[in-house]
Write a protein that binds this ligand. Sequence first.
Ligand code: CP
Ligand code: NVA
Length: 308
Amino acid sequence: MTHFLDINQTDPADLRSMLEEAKRIKSARSGQPKGVKDAELALDGHMVALIFEKPSTRTRVSFDVGVRQMGGETLVLTGNEMQLGHGETIADTAQVLSRFVDLIMIRTFEEEKLIELAETASVPVINGLTDRSHPCQIMADIMTYEEHRGTIEGKKVVWSGDGNNVCASFIHAAGQLGFDLTYTGPERLDPEGVFVDEARAKGANIEIERDPMKAVEGADLVVTDTWVSMHDALSTRERRHNILRPYQVNDHLMAAANEDALFMHCLPAHRGEEVTDSIMDGPQSVIFDEAENRLHAQKAIMRWCLGR
Ligand code: CP
Ligand code: NVA
């Protein structure tokens, strides 16, 4: 079974071929109205379950539209509406869904749920975000970087803020695709050491620098994300804001990066918190290209999972 669970678990050659495929898929339908199907109906006759145990705008819409453009059909299921949310086990749910659908995408909390689903389903499973990672987002982000600046290999990415699930997938990608990553943020919110060690062992230069101004020196790409993720307790909001404030991406910080550095944010953003309007709407920002590229990157991921 070919699951897409995490970037660090996917062969680098496969990641590279999915990225190339995503670029090809995007250019093949350039300028078409969104409701027009792709010329190659790669998911013709396929049914895809999209399970959401957390809110979503981009993941939900990009998977739904992507499957339909490829000629397939979707079932969007939210955790609470399913028996899954009322005590049915993941293993039972996985086996039942596998009788009805050809592919499952899940956004959930604990990574263990994703793993159990993949272990028990007899159809491919895609990770649409867990508390620990967000691989589809980073495939779209790498695609976006490369559209604007060419290969990401050897480039310096700086993550400023919370060392969260999205940061983790960037670290996974650094290990697999050969770029350097500097994390700048408070020690308490450092990315998981196991991911840092693994990417370093694969040859990536992963640095931790507490001073954000020093961190962004030589940066080709500056990335941030919300200071309070969906899995974070709201009671930690004030403390998180207090310790993360020095890591806001603003004009002052961005001016210390390379002149042609890009800015990314997976969205949704909290303007005025982790990033200012001037950066979100400024010339270095590629945030809406990132959002669009979720569609194209995920089409390539789904095709890879289904061997199409
Ligand atoms: N970036 C992202 O995954 O957005 P949603 O939470 O809206 O899906
Ligand atoms: N880190 C954020 C990403 C949202 C797409 C979260 O997990 O809530």
